[in-house]
Design a protein around this ligand. Sequence first.
Ligand code: MN
Length: 131
Amino acid sequence: MSGSGDGGPKILLVEDNETIRGAFAILLEESGYGVLQAGTGGEAAGLAERERPDLILMDLGLPDMSGLEVTRRLKQQPATQRIPIVALTGRTLEADVEACLAAGCDGYLTKPIDSHQLLERIQGFLRGAGG
Ligand code: MN
């Protein structure tokens, strides 16, 4: 489940909802990004380790493990620890946000996610300016 792009920054899109993932993949590709897609935490970890994307958009609710677990794993490995990870979450409770940052997420976006906001945040992270 990966389609790689054509030279632009490479984004790994992790989302188990195929409708959301498909819509974001089109948006990102049309914006010039190379898009890798994963629908489970296991796929996400494997793709991140093999492909070293420039940024990861990480849904937290995945069928096999939490997106926070995937994030912790990637942030513990030298090869992947510098890849910015932006959590996609439906939860905005302070405790959830803290858990997200404690796991190593560099930022988060709350669903429903506005496409304009998504692209702005991505650009910010790729510039190294954070979100
Ligand atoms: Mn989900």
